[in-house]
Design a protein around this ligand. Structure first.
Ligand code: PXG
Length: 438
């Protein structure tokens, strides 16, 4: 297939544009667990797109639901208006959520879900007479999208340093990465539950009466796959409860089967007050994000306002877009009918062993995994951080496997439809390329 002869107008996101355009990689089609590259090769999708295509690609049930919705109702406003699929989807999500959830706020992406959740937390605290609680707490190495709220609570320096002082009143807990104690953990690392006590340190510093909410990824993805230490999330929940602080789980990558359950909250048995999600809610087919709120938050906000008051002055043109709602409803059906969350669970051991077999390969400093998530941390080339990771990425792509790298860490998250022999192929390809990588 011919590539457009002028690649420069498209300012590509999170991309080294000049490097990419000197040697472009285009995907022109996708079906099942494979992409087709512009030079006609089949490329196994080891990343479910960007952690989103959990049902694989081109499922006819999802495609036709989107097509039908586009033909019947292409767009409907959600401000003081509504359409049936939005109400149906919200009801289904609440039903599928951990016990005690009552409402869903829709938006267009994970970044919007994060900003929406932070705003809901602030507005809720204000509505219960805790208007002094304006502080937001994130965590080092956290990724919460790219809105100003998200990068403020986020903890990835490269995503923050270009953009000035960000939101005020934000602080960060320590991250949980500890290679000295936890390298090559299978599943949850053993050491580090006490790192949750870092929240107590911030409470001591700022006083609980100034803190609205804490946001964490149950499993941190973009920073390079950090699985929470055993007991860490439960301890965080306890500290939040003790101090009247809302707990937000950013489940943009962990929801919808990635760790073998609907939400990571289910797998960990820890219930937050707000859950942000996006990506696999539509299996990546139509942009959509959502915030799930514990029952009682909306009611608290509504109770002291007249009935004609807008309870939350927030929303997007594309909140509950009909195409996204139709895609999400069909995707939820596919997850249920094909048992994809159970499938992810059943494949977890095979996935874990295939990845950990790479421990003997050159440059490998750590391997970590949970559900169908894998992280392989490489030692960086001296004086050239990221170079080894990038070369591994391009080599695997040439060899027919799409992986993701963040610096020198490989992050893997295949569709939940992945076959055992395809898991083996991902590991074999990585192993072969690592063996010859300098
Ligand atoms: N929260 C989390 C936890 C995420 O992982 C977002 C928010 C933002 O979502 P949107 O839809 O606004 O991008 C994300 C997004 C990667 C990668 O390669 C991860 C994300 C996006 C792009 C690439 O790790 N996560």
């Amino acid at each position: 297939m011919k590539i457009a002869n002028n690649l420069s107008p498209f300012w590509m996101p999170f991309t080294a544009n000049r490097q990419y355009k000197a040697s472009p990689r285009l995907l022109v089609a996708a079906k099942g667990n494979h992409y087709t590259s512009h030079d006609g090769r089949q490329v196994l999708d080891g990343t479910a797109g960007l952690w989103c295509c959990n049902a694989g690609h081109g499922d006819p049930r999802i495609v036709s639901a989107i097509q039908q919705q586009a033909a019947v109702l292409d767009y409907a406003p959600s401000f003081q208006m509504g359409h049936p699929a939005a109400f149906e989807l919200a009801a289904r999500l609440v039903q599928a959520a951990p016990e005690g959830f009552g409402n869903v706020f829709f938006c267009g992406s994970g970044s919007e879900a994060v900003d929406s959740a932070l705003k809901i937390a602030l507005a809720y605290q204000r509505s219960i007479g805790q208007g002094g609680r304006t502080r937001l707490i994130g965590r080092e190495r956290g990724y919460h999208g790219v809105g100003f709220g998200g990068i403020s609570v986020g903890g990835i320096v490269g995503n923050r340093k270009q953009f000035g002082p960000l939101l005020t009143g934000v602080d960060h807990m320590r991250h949980t990465h500890d290679l000295e104690r936890n390298a090559f953990s299978r599943g949850l690392p053993r050491y580090g539950a006490e790192l949750a006590d870092d929240l107590e340190r911030l409470v001591t510093l700022h006083d609980a009466s100034t803190i609205a909410a804490v946001i964490v990824e149950p499993v941190a993805g973009s920073t390079g796959v950090l699985v929470p230490p055993q007991g860490y999330l439960r301890r965080l929940r306890e500290i939040c409860d003790r101090h009247g602080i809302l707990l937000i789980f950013d489940e943009v990558i962990t929801a919808f089967g990635r760790v073998g359950s609907m939400f990571a909250a289910d797998r960990f048995g820890v219930t937050p007050d707000l859950i942000t999600t996006a990506k696999a809610i539509t299996s990546g087919t139509v942009p959509m994000g959502a915030v799930l709120a514990r029952a009682g938050l909306f009611e608290a906000m509504a109770q002291n306002q007249p009935e004609n008051a807008i309870e939350l002055a927030h929303g997007y043109t594309y909140s509950a877009h009909p195409l996204a709602c139709a895609a999400a409803l069909a995707t939820l059906d596919v997850y249920r009918d094909d048992g994809l969350f159970e499938r992810a669970s059943a494949l977890e051991d095979h996935w874990q062993e295939a990845l950990h077999a790479l421990a003997v390969k050159p440059h490998v400093a750590d391997i970590r995994n949970l559900g169908l998530i894998g992280g392989i941390e490489l030692a960086p080339r001296p004086g050239a951080p990221g170079a080894r990771g990038y070369e591994l990425f391009t080599r695997c792509y040439e060899a027919g496997v799409l992986i993701r790298v963040t610096g020198d860490i490989v992050a893997l998250s295949p569709p939940l439809t992945i076959e055992p022999d395809e898991i083996d192929l991902i590991a074999e390809t990585l192993g072969r390329e690592l063996s010859t990588l300098s």
